[in-house]
Write a protein that binds this ligand. Structure first.
Ligand SMILES: Nc1ncnc2c1ncn2[C@@H]1O[C@H](COP(=O)(O)OP(=O)(O)O)[C@@H](O)[C@H]1O
Ligand SMILES: [Mg+2]
Length: 575
């Protein structure tokens, strides 16, 4: 485990070295104190030498103070090293997540990533800290105490050599069983987080459907599951305690029995016997610490593996060695493209051939689940094709630098959200340096200025998390404006006007046709009205291109298109 953690501890190397040294000094003073005590009893009290008692007593106090200061310091530094390491590993994991592809995120899942960056990182920090303290303190305390016991009375110390192996064996057996349970426990925490995240994100829907009860049940079920697993793991660990105490008490009985005899026979001082008993309790303390430490260690090494997995997961979407830095124009070609999401048996996109000219307006229509969104996600390489290729500006998208490719594409995802901040800060996503005039122009083009201009604070108007303080249609128009600010060569709108009214939708289309000259604009829409003026309309059906052409042509030749059109005409006639 620490080999894996080494790169993250590196920054705190000094602390990691100093803390154990101070720890050892503390242990040393802990060990010497019982010897002084024995001397006080056997020499000072037995010889009625008050001077000696006071002198030794003062030395004892000084040693205790010294030990206390060292111990506190060591804790302090150890904590810095531990939490520092946790922060480092969290940083590395976060950086790694930033360059994940969509497929990586699908696979590891957001709730699990959250657990890993919080609970798991916390475990790692705790254990790093404990490793610098307990894991050093306990063995040293044990070894020193043993040496001292041997020094005081070798024959009596033989008792320990029976007890310690017995305890070690019990510990190993128990931890072997506990390890898989701890791994399981982290997974159960993932599951709790997943349900919390989903239910919180959907809290408005849950309330409006009056599903609080079901939501609570789903949570309780997983919560209970986590509790049961945790109890099983802890029960195992707890089983070690009685074993340990039994062994320790047997030791004490033996020591008192044989030691008592020796004291009575005059071969051992009673002070020595007291010191001996103190060492036994120190050894017991050390064992308790060690067992706790091993428990934490077992859990943390499961956590370490989970974090290392995050860090080592490389996006399969990698840049080529000599990436093309410039997208020439907005033309797009799909050549025999097939694709499936990981874990699917059948292709989600099937042998797609398309040629889109730069500057064209393209409409895509088709039933839900017909892979419209999947199709356009191939263009900015949100996913990579499995077969065939996608070319932008005549170059395979896999040959571009990702930054250059994505810079050239304005993408309004189907479920795009705004981030908390202000309207201005959201718009600056497209371009850090953008001026207010440019922002306003984009808002105007996206038909958003009409409501933004109503706010007293205008562009400084607050955006809540996820843009929840805007209506669906307003949010859509803001995300369109944000995409326009990039001044992209390709603009992709995935169902981005579904929540705006017909009139605004028409105005938006006007913008796309009249103002965005030279920008290849792809509009995925539910309504035929949203795309009927497009230069080219693509009809998707079950992952295939069913037909392509202009509105007029498609009415002639595509049954699917005619059906969609007819059903919407009827809808209009009724309303
Ligand atoms: N991230 C994903 N992981 C796995 N399957 C997905 C994912 N996104 C979409 N799908 C599946 O791919 C198919 C096409 O979805 P999509 O492209 O979103 O269709 P559309 O946009 O036309 O409604 C659907 O069967 C959907 O369940
Ligand atoms: Mg879609």
């Amino acid at each position: 485990m620490f080999r894996k953690l080494a790169p993250y501890i590196k920054k705190y190397k000094i602390y990691a070295i100093l803390s154990p040294i101070m720890m050892i000094l503390e242990v040393a003073s802990d060990i010497v104190i019982p010897v002084l005590m024995a001397k006080i009893v056997d020499v000072g009290i037995a010889g009625a030498d008050g001077q000696y008692v006071i002198r030794m007593g003062l030395i004892m106090i000084a040693l205790a103070l010294f030990g206390g200061v060292m111990g506190t310091w060591s804790s302090h530094i150890g904590a810095m090293a531990g939490f520092g390491t946790a922060a480092e590993i969290r940083k590395a994991a976060y950086a790694s997540i930033q360059q994940y592809s969509f497929a990586n995120i699908d696979k590891l899942s957001a709730p699990s990533l959250i657990t890993r960056l919080t609970t798991d990182a916390e475990q790692v920090g705790q254990v790093t800290m404990m490793s610098l303290r307990m894991a050093i303190r306990a063995p040293f305390l044990m070894i020193f105490a043993l040496i001292m016991a041997l020094y005081i009375n070798g024959r009596l110390a033989l008792i320990f050599f029976g007890a310690i192996p017995a305890l070690a064996l019990a510990l190993v057996v128990i931890l072997r069983k506990a390890m898989p349970l701890f791994q399981l426990m982290q997974e159960k925490i993932d599951r709790v987080n997943a349900v919390v995240q989903e239910q919180l994100a959907g809290i408005r829907v849950i309330k409006s459907f009056n599903r609080q009860k079901e939501s609570e049940d789903a949570f309780m079920e997983r919560n209970k599951d986590l509790r049961d697993t945790a109890i099983r793991a802890i029960n195992l660990i707890v089983a070690f305690m009685p074993v340990m105490f039994l062994v320790v008490y047997i030791c004490i009985i033996f020591v008192l029995w044989f030691g008592g005899k020796m004291v009575m026979a005059g071969t051992m001082g009673s002070g020595d016997l007291i010191a001996f008993i103190t060492y036994i309790s120190q050894i017991m303390m050390a064992l308790m610490m060690l067992s706790m430490y091993f428990m934490m260690y077992t859990r943390a090494s499961a956590s370490t593996n989970r974090l290392i997995e995050v860090i080592h997961t490389k996006s399969e979407i990698q840049e080529p060695d000599n990436p093309v830095q410039e997208v020439r124009d907005g033309s797009i070609v799909f050549e025999n493209v097939s694709f499936k999401y990981p874990g699917y048996r059948e292709n989600i996109l099937k042998n797609i051939h398309l040629t889109l000219q730069a500057g064209e307006v393209i409409g895509i229509i088709g039933s839900t689940g017909s892979s419209k969104s999947t199709l356009v996600q191939m263009i900015p390489r949100l996913y990579d094709v499995d077969e065939g290729s996608v070319k932008v500006g005549g170059v395979d998208v896999r040959n571009y630098s990702l930054a250059a490719l994505r810079e050239a594409i304005g993408f309004v995802l189907q479920n795009n959200t705004l981030v908390s901040g202000t309207i201005r800060s959201n718009m600056q996503w497209g371009d850090e340096q953008v001026t207010d005039e440019k922002i306003i122009e984009a808002l105007r083009q996206a038909q958003a200025w009409e409501f933004v201009s109503q706010y007293e604070d205008g562009l400084d108007h607050r955006v809540e998390q996820g843009g929840n303080n805007f209506s669906g249609g307003q949010k859509q128009r803001l995300t369109i404006a944000r995409a326009l600010i990039k001044q992209p060569k390709i603009l992709i709108l995935d169902d981005s006007t579904s929540a705006v009214d017909m009139t605004t939708d028409a105005k938006l289309r006007q913008t796309f046709c009249a103002e965005l000259k030279g920008v290849t604009t792809i509009i995925i829409a539910q309504r035929v009205a949203s795309i009927r003026d497009a230069d080219q309309i693509i009809v998707m059906e079950e992952g295939r291109v069913d037909a392509k052409g202009t509105h007029g042509e498609l009415l002639e030749k595509s049954e699917v298109y005619r059906e969609i059109f007819d059903s919407q005409q009827k809808g209009l006639a009724v309303s």
